[in-house]
Design a protein around this ligand. Structure first.
Ligand SMILES: Cc1cc2nc3c(=O)[nH]c(=O)nc-3n(C[C@H](O)[C@H](O)[C@H](O)COP(=O)(O)OP(=O)(O)OC[C@H]3O[C@@H](n4cnc5c(N)ncnc54)[C@H](O)[C@@H]3O)c2cc1C
Length: 458
């Protein structure tokens, strides 16, 4: 008889676990409280217009090997649009770009664009090149030793100028980590550059879905998906979790994967079991960081490139909506703690001013409509030492056997991202089956110039 598994939570972590387990022959039931799949990386219907809007623009990079594998498994990889050029706009409104030369291995592919990157002074470009070399030489093992160090400390130790931090590091990292350099662990910050730029030529490519996020999951290869179904309790026969209660049904199961976000965990587990299971001991120390997303519709095209990284704020990134001529855009502010209490009208006024100042063609542009979504608990903060707080997917000795965790906050060696969520789902599925390395896809390999510069053998 096949193993019966209930996965609670239809975000990327839960979906990845469910799809992986089903592919291995398990009998899976996926429970999602909302009417659609995707969780934080999902979509909703705009009550005013009926248009399907994303919770927020989501971006992946070529180095997201497990997310790409998940998209392949659910047969939507062809809906991801890849960009080889990253477009920046400086404080004076001048465009700059980073592009890789096709056919050249990393990091040589980005060297020419980096050398010519006019948003930085020559001295800043040299400093950046020095830091990149130092990061390459660290390798993954050197990086892991920096988990308890802040990235701003590492930047100071490597004599990186304040102007370069403002113009480049903050902009890249705030979107990748949802945290400022001073608050982010050096290990996670360096990982962004090591794996996202330096290791492999396809790693830096930026992917965005060419359809609303929610559409990607519509044909999930999982037979028993229950949408609009909220788990109301977990049944325990101490120390095992043996079933879940829905409104009018109890599902008995061999294993439960709890793939809900961490602030909700405590309410599902009786206090004595919660205390006994080491996975929950430090969860209350994880800090959540907000992200602001703004859907903006202008009366004329304002953005001619598919996206723009804005080197002066308040919006940090703008994305042209798929199939739009540049009138409909999505703006993002990460690490948006200062934006939690701002009235919507004030935000829209500031964003319109920024658009008018940044894009010459938009000097007279009028905002026709704006929808602002501030996700208070967008991600956990990747602070120095955060890995000591993150739980494993499988139960520790004396933990609740048959209760597995998945979610971007669990221990994946990745920050809170779609890739981290999928990894957590695959790791949870592997743990349930008790089979190591069945689903996890390895990182992109270091290409030869990167290996040579890192002075490391194959
Ligand atoms: C605004 C914003 C922008 C982001 N941008 C990016 C980006 O550009 N790139 C990137 O890689 N990452 C980005 N992220 C991070 C990414 O969205 C998350 O890391 C990832 O989606 C987390 O997935 P998850 O499955 O771990 O959790 P969630 O998506 O939170 O899934 C948990 C699910 O559990 C369900 N649930 C909760 N309680 C119950 C219950 N009792 N019964 C049934 N179901 C329940 C919830 O409805 C939810 O669907 C962003 C996040 C936000 C919020």
């Amino acid at each position: 008889m096949s193993l019966r598994v209930v996965v609670v939570g239809g975000g990327l972590a839960g979906m990845a676990a469910a799809v992986a387990l089903e592919s291995a022959g398990a009998h899976v039931t996926l429970i999602e409280a909302r009417k659609s799949l995707g969780g934080r990386a999902g979509s909703f219907e705009d009550p005013q217009t009926g248009e399907i809007l994303d919770n927020c623009q989501h971006v992946l990079l070529g180095c997201c090997t497990n997310l790409i594998d998940f998209y392949r498994r659910i047969n939507v990889l062809d809906r991801i649009h890849w960009e080889n050029t990253i477009h920046f706009i400086d404080a004076q409104g001048h465009p700059h770009s980073l592009w890789g030369i096709d056919g050249l291995p990393a990091p040589l592919n980005l060297a020419a664009a980096g050398g010519l990157f006019g948003a930085l002074t020559l001295a800043e470009r040299f400093a950046l090149a020095r830091a990149m070399l130092a990061m390459l030489r660290l390798g993954p093992s050197g990086r892991e030793k920096l988990t308890d160090v802040s990235f701003s400390q590492w930047l100071a130790d490597h004599s990186q100028p304040a102007s370069l931090i403002d113009k480049f590091y903050e902009l890249v990292l705030v979107s990748a980590l949802n945290e400022r350099c001073r608050d982010a662990s050096a290990a996670y910050a360096i990982q962004v550059f090591q794996e996202g730029m330096l290791a492999h030529a396809s790693a830096y490519r930026m992917g965005t879905p060419a359809c609303p996020l929610g559409k990607l999951y519509e044909t999930l290869p999982c037979k028993d998906v229950r949408l609009g179904t909220r788990m109301i309790a977990i049944q325990f026969q101490s120390p095992r979790a043996v079933g879940i209660e829905l409104g009018n049904e109890i599902i008995k199961t061999d294993a439960i994967i709890l793939a809900v976000n961490y602030p909700a965990l405590e309410k599902w587990i009786p206090p004595d079991l919660y205390k006994q299971d080491a996975r929950f001991a430090k969860l209350d120390q994880l800090q959540s960081v907000p992200i602001l997303g703004a859907h903006l519709w202008f009366d004329r095209p304002i953005l001619s490139t598919p996206h723009a990284a804005l080197m002066s704020g308040p919006m940090q990134w703008l994305f042209r909506k798929p199939e739009s001529d540049g009138r409909a855009v999505h703006g993002v502010i990460s690490a948006a703690r200062d934006w939690l209490q701002r009235p919507k009208e004030e935000c829209l006024e500031l964003f319109t001013q920024q658009v008018r100042q940044t894009f010459p063609a938009a000097k007279e542009a009028k905002l026709e409509r704006g929808v602002i979504i501030v996700e208070k608990r967008a991600t956990f903060s990747p602070t120095p030492g955060v890995d000591h707080l993150r739980p494993t997917q499988s139960p520790p000795p004396a933990g609740i056997s048959s209760l597995f965790l998945a979610g971007d906050y669990t221990r994946t060696n990745w920050p809170a991202t779609m890739e981290g969520a999928v990894r957590s789902g695959y790791l949870a599925a592997e743990a349930v089956l008790n089979r190591p390395a069945t689903f996890i896809v390895p990182d992109l390999p270091l290409q030869w110039p990167a290996r040579l510069l890192a002075k490391r053998p194959t």
